[in-house]
Structures are given as structure tokens and as C-alpha cells.
Design a protein around this ligand. Structure first.
Ligand SMILES: Cc1cc2nc3c(=O)[nH]c(=O)nc-3n(C[C@H](O)[C@H](O)[C@H](O)COP(=O)(O)OP(=O)(O)OC[C@H]3O[C@@H](n4cnc5c(N)ncnc54)[C@H](O)[C@@H]3O)c2cc1C
Length: 441
């Protein structure tokens, strides 16, 4: 029997671990290198004072089929995700809850019963969903979401409370610039699919503990290597494979998966001229920020749902961490994409967010601690016609994985996981390992 292919994975985020687990299941020997001491990349735990916070509050959807499959594979218990039927709740303003019925009645009845939306709003929403369905969720030519909303006569209320927040949350790009095609695909796979696809899954554990840490344990138990605090500086091609500058073993690898954020790829492939068009493509991507303010109140805060929408100020979504297994009084407020909040200081932003929470929830206990985390390049800007690189590259043994790699989905955990699986499967296929090998362990 020939020896198993040796594969290096650079990057210990969701894409890197999805690639590593898939490779291991297909019979490859995997060494994963992560530059940070903490696993998870842009979805990781941050220790601050007495709190284990995330670098940014994340939500998953029932439609994240591959992410959920990966979690099951590495032994994560379903209870780590708080599963709630879709509920878009703006206290005192608007409430749209999916009904406990099969699709599409879950949404249809939810829309009929929605509070705070007029009949004109409800008709406009049904019109847009119907139109997208008739077009098989294709928007040609691709254009900004704002144009799609205007063409289909969406009301101001609907745009402000439903479409814009959903678009920004999913694509992390303002509606005036976001791709209507990618947004339509998100709606197809979530709102227009089975009722459970639109479920909101909110992690009850930190984001490192949700997948990267259990995946790392799963790999180690099967004899694969996971190295943290091990930055790789460059990939070098040799006659018989690749070596990594920074690999303490100086091993030779048959294949390398680059599973870093897009802006870390160029430095790694400088010595590989065939990669020049790929780095040019990646270099053309623009990025959008996400800000999460963690606000710890000195006492309980009463939310109607673990996640509520905020409107009219800086905050977009607020999360009750106490309802999600976290400490009493801890609230996370998320602001996706660029906007006016970038023009004020963190302190001023936190004060404004407390006021906005107070307007939505009523009187709050005193604020005892706060921390605002800005991820400046949280995701690439998902604009019409944006060109994303493929997972296979002109350098035959070098593969890309990450949320920015070509996909019908925006930059999400699911896109990251899918890209990792796709890179791994490409390698296994190239090595003559059969798809059935995926089922071995
Ligand atoms: C604040 C915030 C909120 C978000 N909210 C959501 C959400 O609600 N739902 C959702 O689905 N998605 C959300 N996302 C997007 C999601 O987090 C990303 O799409 C996903 O984590 C990207 O994973 P990745 O593996 O592609 O890249 P990354 O997570 O960036 O992983 C790359 C890894 O490579 C490592 N690395 C880089 N260079 C090297 C090197 N030279 N050597 C070794 N290692 C290296 C990095 O340290 C990092 O760990 C959010 C993102 C942010 C930032």
C-alpha cells in the first residue's frame, strides 16, 4: 500500500479545521499550523477580565448544513447551539416570528401574524419573495441589493427593519453596495427552504470551543499534528514537494492548503510565480469591518428573546448572553459593515448603545464593565460581480480555503467550512483516494 499523502494546512480557523478533518477522514496525514495561540481565527474566544468573550458575536443558521455536519463529526453535542425558530424582534416596533409549520407556511403565517408591519409591508415582502422564486433566485445582471428593493417596491419600514438588517448581517456589506445575487441565494437557502433552515443557532459556548478546539482534539487523537503559535512565513517548492518556512520539522508535503484570511495569502506564496494571478485576484477584494460591544450590567437584563434587533441608532442586533449560558447581565451588541459608528470613539459608542438598549428594553442596571472589539477586516465586501479565487490554484499542490474563496455564499462560517471541505476533497481526488474513504472514520 502506498504511503498516505502528507498535507500541510496553514491556518486554524473554521476553513482550516474543516479541511484538516476531511483530509484525515480520507486517509491523508495532516499537519495544521496556526500562528496564534488561540484557535478559531476570526471566530475565536477572547479572554477579558473575568469573561470569556468572542471576538464577535456570531449566529449560525439551520441552513449551515456542512458546519453542522462537521460539528457532529468531531463529537460536538447539539446542545452547544441554542436553536430558535426565526424571530426578528424589535421590542415595541416590530415582531416577525416563523410559525411552527412546514415551509413555506412557517413564513407565510409568520408574515400574516407579524406585528408592526402594515398590509402594504406584508404584500411587498410576499412580492419580493415570489419574484425571486419565479426567477429561481437568479438576479441577472447582478446589482446592489438597494436596487432590487427599489425595483420590487419594498416599503421603507420593510427595508429598514427586515431587508437591510438581514442583508448587512449576512453579507456584511451595506445594501447600497451588497450583491443582490448573493443575498437572493441566502434568502433561498434560509427563508425559502425547509422551516429548520431558517432556524437561528446561537452558540452557548465560545467560538473556539464550538468547533476548532474539538476538531483539534479529534485530529490529535488520530495522530495528526496541530501546532499553535507556529506562524508559517512562506511556502517553498522543491522537486519532490513543498516545505514551509516556519515548520519546526522542515517536513516535505505533497499538498498545502492555505486556510488563512485572504490578506495573509500573498506573503506565503511570494516564491511561487504561478500564484501571481491568484494574489492579484485576492488583492482586489475590499474588506468590511464588524464591531461587537460587550456590555456587562450590574444585574439582570430582561430580553424578550435572546437576540433582538435595534433600530434608529448605531446598534443592529443585541444578544442576551445570560439566556445563552453566559453570565448575568452580559450583553453583546453587533454592528456589521462600515457606517457612522466608525466616526465616534469607542467610549461614545458604548454610551450610545446603552441608551439604545434602554430605549428597547426599559431601565437597565448600571453598566459595570465594557469592551468593544473591532475586526477591521471582518469579511470581504460582497459586492455585485465580485471575483473570488477558486480553491484549486495554478500551483498544482497549493490550495485555497477560506470564507473568501469562490462560492454562492457570502463570507460566513458555512462558506469557510465548505471551502475547506472542497480543498480537501480536491486533494484526495488528486491523490486517487476514493470518495468512499470519507466514510471510514
Ligand atoms: C466580528 C465577526 C462577526 C461575524 N459574524 C458571523 C456570523 O454571525 N455568522 C457567520 O456565519 N459568520 C460570521 N462572521 C464571519 C466568520 O467569522 C468568518 O467567515 C470565518 O470565521 C472565516 O474563517 P476562515 O477559516 O476562512 O478564516 P480565519 O478565521 O481568518 O482563519 C484563518 C487563520 O489563519 C491563521 N493564520 C494567518 N496567517 C497564518 C500564517 N502565516 N501561519 C499560520 N496561521 C496563519 C489566522 O491566525 C487564523 O486563525 C463574522 C466575522 C467576524 C470577524
Amino acid at each position: 500500500m502506498s504511503s498516505p499523502p502528507q498535507v500541510a494546512v496553514i491556518g486554524g480557523g473554521y476553513a482550516g479545521f474543516a479541511a484538516a478533518v476531511t483530509l484525515a477522514r480520507g486517509g491523508a496525514r495532516v499537519s495544521l499550523f496556526e500562528s496564534s495561540r488561540t484557535l478559531g481565527g476570526r471566530a475565536r474566544v477572547v479572554d477579558a477580565l473575568d469573561y470569556s468573550l468572542d471576538n464577535g458575536q456570531h449566529i449560525l443558521l439551520g441552513a449551515y448544513a456542512e458546519t453542522l455536519r462537521m460539528l457532529r463529526l468531531v463529537g460536538v453535542k447539539p446542545g452547544v447551539l441554542e436553536t430558535r425558530s426565526l424571530a426578528l424582534v424589535y421590542p415595541g416596533l416590530c415582531e416577525l416570528r416563523a410559525a411552527p409549520l412546514p415551509a413555506p407556511f412557517h413564513l407565510a403565517l409568520g408574515l400574516l401574524r407579524a406585528k408592526g408591519l402594515s398590509w402594504a409591508d406584508k404584500r411587498a415582502m410576499a412580492r419580493l419573495m415570489g419574484r425571486l422564486k419565479r426567477q429561481a433566485y437568479r438576479v441577472e445582471p447582478d446589482r446592489p441589493v438597494a436596487a432590487l428593493l427599489a425595483e420590487s417596491g419594498q416599503t421603507d419600514t420593510l427595508s429598514r427593519l427586515i431587508w437591510e438588517p438581514l442583508c448587512i448581517a449576512a453579507l456584511n456589506t451595506p445594501v447600497s453596495e451588497a450583491s443582490a445575487q448573493v443575498f437572493a441565494r441566502v434568502l433561498q437557502d434560509s427563508l425559502a427552504a425547509s422551516a429548520s433552515a431558517s432556524d437561528l443557532l446561537i452558540p452557548r459556548v465560545d467560538l473556539s470551543e464550538l468547533f476548532p478546539v474539538p476538531a483539534s482534539r479529534w485530529l490529535a487523537m488520530r495522530g495528526h499534528q496541530v501546532r499553535t503559535a507556529e506562524p508559517i512565513k512562506a511556502i517553498e517548492r522543491h522537486d519532490d514537494g513543498y516545505r514551509l518556512d516556519g515548520d519546526p520539522w522542515s517536513s516535505l508535503y505533497d499538498h498545502v492548503v492555505i486556510a488563512t484570511a485572504p490578506y495573509h495569502v500573498a506573503a506565503l506564496v511570494e516564491a511561487l510565480p504561478a500564484m501571481a494571478p491568484v494574489t492579484a485576484c485576492i488583492g482586489a477584494l475590499r474588506h468590511e469591518p464588524i464591531v461587537t460591544s460587550w456590555l456587562a450590567f450590574d444585574g439582570p437584563v430582561h430580553f424578550p428573546d435572546p437576540m433582538i434587533g435595534l433600530s434608529g441608532g448605531y446598534g443592529q442586533w443585541a444578544f442576551d448572553r445570560a439566556a445563552l449560558g453566559g453570565p448575568e447581565g452580559l450583553v453583546g451588541v453587533v454592528i456589521s459593515a462600515s457606517g457612522a459608528h466608525q466616526e465616534i470613539s469607542k467610549e461614545a459608542l458604548e454610551i450610545a448603545l446603552v441608551t439604545e438598549l434602554q430605549e428597547a428594553l426599559g431601565r437597565l442596571p448600571p453598566l459595570k464593565w465594557s469592551k468593544t472589539i473591532t475586526e477591521k477586516r471582518a469579511t470581504f465586501a460582497c459586492t455585485p460581480g465580485v471575483i473570488r479565487p477558486a480553491t484549486s490554484t495554478p500551483e498544482a499542490g497549493v490550495w485555497l480555503a477560506g470564507d473568501y474563496v469562490a462560492s454562492p455564499y457570502p463570507a460566513t462560517l458555512e462558506a469557510a467550512v465548505r471551502s475547506g471541505i472542497s480543498a480537501a476533497r480536491g486533494i484526495l481526488k488528486r491523490c486517487g483516494l476514493k470518495e468512499s474513504a470519507f466514510l471510514l472514520n
